[in-house]
Ligand binder design. Structure first.
Ligand SMILES: Cc1ncc(COP(=O)(O)O)c(C=O)c1O
Length: 414
């Protein structure tokens, strides 16, 4: 009998069989089809590598003590330690931590915090500003902030309207900034993926324009939400992408790499004023958000171990070395006419294969994926955009396997 499972972002009529995975170690997965090099960090979550010993040990220890507990009115040490650690690691000015369990929920929480902040002051600021090509998750609220397109066309009647800014591509930044100035005054918040729009096609923009967007928001009193679900925990070269623009957002969303990618956990950090706006003896001003598994103790213990790894191990050096390797491996593709927009930010490398059809639904995407799988490499192109986002433990020799496969794919598909 075929599996009853309905997989995410999977067209079952075209991909009937999921690949069975039994083990993970470092940059590798053991699958029923043989070993597979995880060149996309299992959907951008695994940072140090699969099953980092300190994270696994922390999970085991916590599982022996406390598995789960209600988080309204109760707390536990892993959540307390992690919250203090996150405040220490995060850009300055963020003093409160709200836990949830995915990137989507971290963003939902951020949007609700922003609207609650204005409502509590009796101000009618409800409009959200977002970027063209943005992706913030797959719940109704986060899809609304995300770009409209094939991912959410069927649900359009459920989505709320946002003010949309053009993507600040190199040379077109002024247009984005000018448009921001026209809508910022009475908006609740601007939400951005700092420096790198992931699911929108691995699009990179400059730290300068991010800094200018932040400054326009600050002048207007509009909140800045940084969605670092993807960019957090080292992907862009710094611990958080915001650091590269030297800015502190009002609200910061963390997920994916928060637990080193080991367990589902998210956190939304905010400034004290936003917490204070909800602080009242009037119970109707409570921040009404929860999920059953808020701050699961085992996930928090894994994330606490992740922060310890960042404190004790040369993670920043590893990231710098990986970034340099990516740059080196990518360089020849810049001269290859079969590719366009060869780009890199920190540990991420991306390039667009010249094909007649572009966009997420480009037929070449599933064909490329199948081709890479047959070479024991886990890559999952976004349309004709091939990107490499490996865990930080990946070696030069392993990266060579990836880039050799990309070169070979160009020979077949471009
Ligand atoms: C920037 C960004 N925000 C939010 C999300 C949603 O995260 P999750 O899939 O954990 O809900 C993603 C997922 O890729 C993301 O890249």
């Amino acid at each position: 009998m075929s599996s009853p499972i309905w997989h995410p972002f999977t067209q079952h009529a075209l991909t009937p069989d999921a690949i069975l995975v039994s083990e993970g170690e470092g940059a590798w997965l053991k699958t029923a089809n043989g070993p597979m090099l995880d060149a996309i960090s299992s959907w951008w979550v695994i940072t140090h590598g699969h099953r980092h010993p300190r994270i696994i040990e922390a999970i085991k220890r916590q599982a022996d003590a406390l598995d789960q507990v209600i988080f309204a009115g109760f707390t536990h040490q892993p959540a307390e330690d992690l919250a203090r650690g996150l405040i220490e690691f995060a850009p300055p000015g963020l003093s409160r931590v709200f836990y949830s369990d995915s990137g989507s929920t971290a963003v939902e929480v951020a949007l609700k915090m922003a609207l609650g902040f204005w409502k509590s002051q009796g101000k009618n600021r409800t409009r959200v500003i977002a970027l063209e090509h943005a992706y913030h998750g797959d719940t109704i609220g986060t899809m609304s902030a995300g770009a409209r397109g094939v991912f959410n066309a069927a649900y359009a009647p459920l989505l709320y309207d946002v003010a949309r800014l053009p993507f600040p591509a190199a040379g077109q930044e002024r247009q984005t900034l000018e448009q921001l100035k026209t809508v910022v005054a009475d908006a609740a918040a601007l939400i951005v993926e700092p420096l790198l729009l992931g699911a929108g096609g691995m699009l990179i923009y400059s730290a300068e324009v991010l800094r200018e967007m932040a400054s326009i928001c600050r002048e207007a009193g509009t909140l800045l939400i940084a969605d670092e679900a993807l960019t957090g925990f080292g992907r862009t070269g710094a611990l958080f992408a915001c650091e590269q623009a030297g800015l502190s957002p009002d609200i910061l969303c963390l997920a994916k790499g928060l637990s080193g990618g080991s367990l589902p956990l998210a956190a939304t950090l905010c400034r004290e004023e936003i917490f204070a706006a909800h602080y009242s003896t009037d119970r109707s001003r409570t921040f009404f958000h929860s999920s059953s598994f808020t701050a699961n103790p085992i996930a928090c213990a894994a994330a606490r171990a992740n922060l310890e790894i960042w404190r004790d191990e040369p993670v920043r050096e590893r990231i710098a070395a990986l970034a340099a390797l990516q740059e080196e491996r990518l360089a020849p593709f810049g001269k290859d006419p079969r590719f366009a927009n060869v780009r890199r930010l920190g540990t991420l490398a991306a390039l667009d294969l010249h094909v007649s059809e572009a966009g997420y639904l480009a037929q070449v995407a599933p064909e490329l994926m199948k081709f890479f799988h047959a070479k024991n490499i886990l890559l999952r192109p976004l349309g004709n955009t091939i990107y490499v986002l490996p865990p930080y433990c990946v070696t030069a020799a392993e990266l060579d396997l990836v880039y050799d496969a990309i070169r070979e794919a160009a020979g077949k598909f471009a």
